[in-house]
Design a protein around this ligand. Sequence first.
Ligand code: SF4
Length: 715
Amino acid sequence: MTTDTTTPPTLSLQPTATHCPYCAFQCGMTLSVDDVGDVGIAGNPAFPVNRGSLCVKGWTAAAALNHPERLTTPLVRDADGMLRPASWDEALDRVVEAIERARERHGNDAVGVFGGGSLTNEKSYLLGKFARVALRTANIDYNGRFCMSSAAAAGIRSLGIDRGLPFPVEDIAGAQVVLLMGDNPAETMPPMMQYFDEQRANGGRLIVADPRLTPTAQRADLHLRLRPGTDAVLANGLLHILIRDGMVDAEYVAERTEGFDRVRAEVLTYWPERVERITGVAEAELTRAAQLLGAAGTAMILTGRGAEQQAQGVNNVSACINLALALGLPGRPHSGYGCITGQGNGQGGREHGQKADQLPGYRRIDDPAARRHVAAVWGVDESSLPGPGRSAYELLDSLGQEGGVRALLVMGSNVAVSAPHLNNVAERLASLDFLAVSEFFLSETAILADVVLPSAQWAEEEGTMTNLEGRVIRRRQACEPPSGVRDDVAVICELARRLGSGRHFEYASVEEIFEELGRASAGGPADYSGITYAGIDANDGVFWPCPGEGHPGTPRLFTDGFPTASGRARMFAVRHQEPDEAPDEEYPLFLTTGRNLAHYQSGTQTRRVPELAEMTPQPMAEVHPSTAGRYGLRDGQAVRLSTRRGRADFQLKVTRGIREDTVFVPFHWGGRQAANRLTNPALDPTSRMPEFKVCAVRIDGAENTADDTTTTTER
Ligand code: SF4
């Protein structure tokens, strides 16, 4: 386990097999460190997921390791308001003092923890344990709440379990039809496209539902250019046609599902003309998509953030799951429903206890049996474990408020860029009594902190990640972190020691943490108890659930039933709701947000990689030529977007690949270019997912705008 600090980089001259630091595809790569410490990257053809391919982000990932802006010493904020270098001792003392002060004055729940979906399984687990055992706070959540929570909630309530893809990604190539709802892997995880290309080369058809003609949609046989916020209507409309035309798998529905009658009664009202009116998808295209799905021997319905990041995200996914169940897909070869996870450890990060309502193994924190089991593994009294805390946005919205969080530790997240309604989040961060941030770079969040802890990066640490298939893989250390940098595992354990809980955080290695995680997860929905580092090494990863020693893991779920009380999948009738905010006279267009090829999430790393910064140096607002004409705008000019929450500045890209009523912006930038200054924090009632993907916006040429008066993010 990496602990410190003063050792110079030790170099591995043997290539090390590990995985990309970025997205959930977790491409296998080998790292070679030369004798001056430069790291070379090659795709690993032996890893069966990416099969040697990497995207431009993966190829260039090493640039963030030896980057000149890398933080290599803790920083503390002085009385004059400036951050200055400090020793680890001083920095950790400050953190502990602030935690103790907040607890003394306001109670345990006044201390909050905000984690991330890129942290390893071991860190995610340890952070959850740290919050519950060392801090005894209910208030821990993470940025995966902004990513996967709607698909997770819908998967659990319908299928009994949340594993992004319930089959290996290679199964895609054998699907006769794939419907992708709101996902753009050609930009977000390009090596995945090899499976869609293979699928189409095998004679399969790809249908993409997206308001934009994305690079993925350009490769589709059918593009359904739906209006933002109407995904459930589209799915209900498809099911309406399947029922009308007798293309439902009645035997499967009768034997393996429950709730179909209620769903049928609901979707009867989604006749094609009505669906066309609401979604903007022509009746002929809707019928064509339904016919392709209904006639296919094997098919998949896959969702991405487009459908999920809405205040009705759970309903959107439920409507897609209904469609898959009505077609008899889950559990059949080359078929099923799946969600394409986004963040690097978006899957594992949501399984082991950094969610506000959760304990390791995907157990509920309000389940007495789960509490007893985990408390026994942790060696604490069950009654000492806090209950459910606030979800991510609600936690951020509580900062500095009466009864809210007063001291916050952020690890692996850049909330000053990635949270919705950023002007509010900036105000809330500024009102904290204390903020500590563990980061590699002085990110937009770290720059606001009272204490910044320089942390190790992916190539400098050991651990495991769980990719979008539920395959648990090894992140292997290829080089030492720079002198002065500590990894988060060491930091969490040391903070726990200083807070008086050290005996619960004594580990000889990261592997030992994984073994404890396995015991804590045993018997839970995400059971890792049979997974070992040796087993992962021998098998290119192990798919959970893997309950107990000698179990081979479970690459394909639902082959014999669903892990629900009845063993059947549950269908939920979904009624369309309008988005929280619809265009009106003042804000006449839809705004939707997303990613582009060159950048990852809040851009903390990728905006610092020269090749990527050069590829896409700034965010572009995409509008249709007719929209540009209507507002007197020209391609390439500066524009300002405004919503009820704030304003942000972009360069205009005029493209026919977007609906006339919609503006698209990427969310990888901060400050005046932050898309999340605009987004709506309306939450899904079940998943607590904010409505990132649809709100009402106005667009103006920059020369027509008044001075910016939006809230500053400086503390
Ligand atoms: Fe692979 Fe994703 Fe990394 Fe690209 S960003 S190399 S797709 S893991």
